[in-house]
Design a protein around this ligand. Structure first.
Ligand code: ZN
Length: 249
């Protein structure tokens, strides 16, 4: 079984299309899961929701999705993010808003939990250091968690009683248990690499010595950044949101 996990697409259609093409190339027929923040920041929320719906993606709600729906106050957002939330709220079709509204905040899919930010605070917590990673690893009710929110790929596992950061090398790596797998961001990467990020979870039983959970592989995909920037500018969204795409932060 192969599963493609995407996160933080943020209304960036060109990035999502590039990622889906990569998924179709390396894992045709893979199930598609997402860990929220489908909309916000960029200018094609309806197109992105439509494409995820068309591809049968299942997933959870992010903080930007919640804010667009009026379920989270925009006072928690920086001014550029808040401006994009307000713009999106006025442009999202009622049908797509209904689809977003139906997303749960946490979802268990067999051996995996899907959540946007963290198990402890599904819409809020940035898991960026070992203390919060440890707390979340110990709170998991499934072997693995897939999440996003920070827009930075990360892999946390327990070593002894402590959370340790596993180096991501771009190859298929054994999936440990328990583990926190931050799949990075499709639509607004912030790790200095402008390419869209996604994770392939390969549970194919090939009889090899890899564990029962199979492997995870972070993949990076180039996309037409200039196209997304042009649409952000044409929509009148803050210039910073266009610029950051070219810098990967
Ligand atoms: Zn996000």
């Amino acid at each position: 079984m192969k599963i493609a996990v995407v996160s933080d697409v943020h209304a960036n259609l060109a990035a999502l299309q590039a990622v889906l093409a990569d998924i179709d190339a390396v894992a045709p027929g893979a199930a598609i899961w997402h860990t929220g923040d489908v909309v916000g920041y960029n200018a094609e929320p309806n197109e992105v929701v439509a494409l995820l719906r068309e591809r049968g993606a299942t997933g959870v709600m992010g903080n930007h999705d919640a804010a667009v729906l009026g379920e989270l106050e925009v006072k928690w957002f920086n001014p550029a993010a808040a401006a994009a939330v307000k713009w999106t709220a006025t442009h999202l079709t009622p049908e797509n808003a209904t689809w977003l509204h139906a997303l749960p905040k946490i979802s268990e899919m067999g051996a995996a939990t899907l959540v946007h930010a963290s198990v402890l605070k599904p819409l809020e917590e940035y898991v960026i250091e070992s203390a919060s990673a440890r707390e979340n690893l110990l709170s998991l009710s499934t072997p693995v968690l897939f999440h996003g929110h920070t827009h930075v790929p990360a892999y946390w596992a327990l070593r002894g009683n402590q959370a340790a950061s596993v180096v991501i090398d771009g190859r298929a790596q054994p999936l440990l248990s328990p583990a926190l797998i931050n799949v990075g961001s499709v639509g607004q990467p912030r790790d200095g690499d402008v390419r869209a990020s996604w994770v392939l979870w390969d549970r194919t039983d090939d009889g090899s010595a890899i564990g029962a959970l199979g492997t995870v592989q972070w993949r990076r995909v180039a996309y037409d950044v200039a196209r997304t920037q042009a649409l952000v500018r044409a929509a009148g969204l803050p210039e910073f949101l266009a610029e950051r795409l070219a810098e990967g932060h």
